[in-house]
Ligand binder design. Structure first.
Ligand SMILES: [Zn+2]
Length: 376
């Protein structure tokens, strides 16, 4: 359930407290006390006006903060509830109250890390200069929601097949394909210190050459994505999900611009430090960069020019302007794209091979093959 939501009449992203304050101001009365009920007429206005920040469902209700009667400490944050339900593809639909989807980025984040601060400063400058505003940030979320609804695929990948491909790629990874191949046979076993493990890797790489080439050509490197893909598989088996590869051009452009910013814009470069090349992992930067590109019709040069106008502003700006929710549409892109690629592996790649087979068994197989006079 969202902690902030979008008021259409005010064109603003607000949390429950801010919204109640605006109603109090509008009706020229003091702010509601915690125990005071929300007036019925306010509720009706909120129901008709306030929408989910991710799927734009209407019918919002406020759930106010509560605190312990004994200690006075807060036990529940205030949030927005949508009793009419969210869209089936809404990132909030399956989440417990107060939890935010991983792709959403609170630009106003009070996080102390340098990167969040650097990006918040850019967002505030952009709003101050009139180049960004909450309505346009909301329209980017809507664009993404529509993309999601219109490009789906069904998760059908067998977890056993997934583990098998991971194992083959991991075992055969260091092997380079050579135009001239050295055949490994029983005789070579006699070399003092013969490395059976390396021989096994060669055997696997040769046997599954077309599978490894297939993954290579699609730039799929599974090792860093294994735990994410496992999670996605567990949570989405047989379900229809968003096909992120539909956004490949936008993803590539966003990475390109984010890399430019992280290399040349000092506050971001310093905040990222040695990780400056790994821009994909930086949610606030990806969200901000995607926003610049969205506002520039995904034209890289226009977006870079927009960035320059914002970044070169020297005056001071109100840091509260950044109270808005951004979106990183590419959260988990690599994991989803890899999962989809694995599903599309032509079935003959698996023919005759047990997807449950493990490294130990491959090793035994390589030993037995060589001992019995086979070569590979
Ligand atoms: Zn929603």
């Amino acid at each position: 359930m969202p902690l902030t939501a979008f008021s259409v009449s005010r064109q603003q992203e607000l949390d429950v407290d801010q919204l109640l304050q605006l109603f109090a101001d509008q009706h020229q009365r003091p702010k509601l006390k915690r125990s005071e009920p929300i007036p019925e007429i306010w509720k009706q206005v909120i129901h008709a006006d306030v929408e989910c920040p991710a799927c734009f469902a209407k019918g919002a209700e406020l759930v106010r903060a509560s605190s312990s009667k004994v200690t006075g400490e807060a036990i529940k944050q205030a949030y927005f509830r949508f009793p009419g339900g969210h869209h089936v593809f809404c990132d909030f639909a399956a989440l417990p109250p107060g939890e935010a989807p991983e792709g959403l980025v609170q630009f106003s984040s009070t996080a102390r890390d340098g990167l969040s601060r650097a990006v918040r400063d850019l967002v505030c400058k952009g709003i101050h200069l009139g180049l960004l505003d909450q309505a346009r940030i909301r329209s980017m979320r809507e664009w993404f929601h529509n993309k999601k609804v219109n490009a789906v695929f069904q998760v059908t990948l067998d977890p056993k097949v997934f583990q098998w491909v991971v194992a083959v790629q991991a075992a055969a990874w260091p092997v380079r394909y050579q135009p001239q191949r050295l055949t490994i046979n029983k005789e070579l076993l006699g070399v003092p210190g013969f490395q059976m493990k390396t021989a096994m890797e060669v055997m696997l790489a040769r046997r599954h050459e077309s599978l490894l080439t297939y993954l290579n050509e699609r730039a799929v490197i599974l090792r860093p994505l294994v735990s994410r893909i496992e999670k996605l598989l567990n949570a989405n088996s047989c379900k229809l999900v968003f096909d992120p590869t539909n956004l490949k051009a936008q993803y590539d452009a966003t990475q390109e611009l984010a890399r430019f910013i992280s290399t040349h814009y000092d506050p971001v470069q310093r905040a990222l430090g040695r990780n400056y090349f790994d821009v994909k992992a930086s949610k606030p930067l990806m969200a901000f960069t995607a926003l610049l590109l969205y506002l520039s019709n995904w034209d890289l040069n226009k977006a870079a020019s927009l960035f320059t106008q914002i970044a070169s502003y020297r005056g001071t700006v109100d840091q509260n302007l950044g109270n808005v929710m951004g979106l990183n549409p590419f959260h988990d892109y690599d994991a989803w794209a890899a999962l989809k690629t694995l599903q599309e592996i032509p079935i003959q790649e698996f023919d005759g091979h047990d997807p449950g087979c493990r490294a130990k068994e491959w090793m035994d197989e390589a030993v037995a093959a060589l001992a019995s006079g086979q070569s590979f």
